[in-house]
Ligand binder design. Sequence first.
Ligand code: 13P
Length: 252
Amino acid sequence: MRNTLIAGNWKMNGATSANDELVSGIIAGAPAAENVELLICPPFPYLAAMVAATAGSKVAVGAQNVSEHAGGAFTGEVAASMLVDLGCEYVIVGHSERRTLYGESSRDVAAKFASALDAGLRPILCVGETLEERQGEQTETVIDEQLDAVIDAVGIEAFGNAVIAYEPVWAIGTGMTATPEQAQEVHAHIRARLAGHDPVVAESLQILYGGSMKGENAAGLLAMTDIDGGLIGGASLKAADFLAIAEAAAQG
Ligand code: 13P
C-alpha cells in the first residue's frame, strides 16, 4: 500500500514569526497515523529555519524550485546539493506557475528533475492542463507530453524516487476543485502511462492531487484508488486548514 503524502506548497508566502507559528501548529496537531506523511515547502530563505523547527517531528521539508545546474556562475539560482545540505528531502519541479509565469518548458523541468535526483532529493513533478486544454479534450495529450519529457530524460526507474502531482491549472487558487471522479480519471491515466514502462514503479508511485484542496473536499478526493495525497496551496498556510486535510488522510 502507498502512504498518503500531504504536502503544503507555501508559494511566495511567509515571514519568520508567522512560519514559526504555522509549523509549531502543524507539528502539535500532526496525525499519528504512520501511513500519513507530512511535508512543507516554504520559500528558500526560510528552509533552514523550517528544517530546524521540524527536527524530530514527522514533518519533512522541501523546496519549491531548483536549478538544473550543479553549481557555478548562475546568479540567483539554487543548486540541488545546497538544498540537501540544508536538510531538504523534496523539491517541487514544473509547477504550473513556473511553467506559465517563468516560461519553463518540459525540457527545463526534466533537467531540474534530473539535477534534484542526482543530488539525492525526491522531486515532485507537477503536471496538469489548462481549462482551455480540458475543454478541447487535450488533457491526456498535455499530460503525456509533460510526463514523457521527464521519462525520456531520466528513465522510468528514476520515478522510484519521485512523486507526481496532478494539478489541473483551472483548479489552482480558483476554489474550483476537480471532482474526485475527474481527478481519479487523470491519476489512473498517469499511472497507466508509467506502467507501460514499468508496472512495479507505477504501482508504488505516489500521485498527489493539487488544486483548491481543503478540509471539506479532501476525504472524497483521497478516497479514490489512485490519489495518494495532496499538494496544497492556500489551505497549507493555516495550521488548522492543513491539519484538517491531514486528518482526512488519517481517517481514510
Ligand atoms: P491551491 O491549493 O491554492 O489551489 O494551490 C494548489 C497548488 O498550486 C499547489 O501546488
